[in-house]
Design a protein around this ligand. Structure first.
Ligand code: HEC
Length: 94
């Protein structure tokens, strides 16, 4: 939690600048930009291949998002399972 509270202010309100997308990916993008883009970059490929993992193995990617992994914070207390699904759907569009 400490790492998260330090990280989130640094990510700022970037979501308000994000272009609109259609359907579920707009929700996913609204979550990705403030929570994930700072580490994984706009294409989801920096610091671990988040976009590729969502494509190859969504259930393992979901556990990484909720539980964290070497260098990746846990989002279990921050994101609901529905939000994780939206994120995976967005990652697969990257
Ligand atoms: C503080 C930086 C940081 C943030 C914020 C972050 N991640 Fe990660 N993430 C990492 C690192 C580092 C790894 C690679 C872990 C490893 O060594 O396998 C990773 C791995 C992943 C993986 C698995 C990649 C693989 O190859 O197995 C996924 C999926 C992922 N992140 C998604 C997300 C999502 C979605 C968010 C936002 C909710 C997010 N990450 C936020 C740093 C971060």
């Amino acid at each position: 939690m400490l790492a998260l509270s330090l990280l989130l202010p640094a990510c700022g309100n970037a979501s308000s600048r994000a272009p609109a997308l259609s359907g579920g990916s707009a929700i996913g993008q609204g979550l990705y930009v403030p929570h994930c883009q700072g580490c994984h970059g706009p294409s989801g490929t920096e610091r671990g291949d988040a976009a590729g993992a969502a494509e190859r193995d969504p259930s393992s990617a979901a556990s990484t998002i909720l539980g964290g992994k070497a260098g990746m914070p846990t989002f279990a207390g921050t994101l609901t399972p529905e939000q994780v699904s939206e994120l995976l759907a967005y990652l697969r569009t990257l």
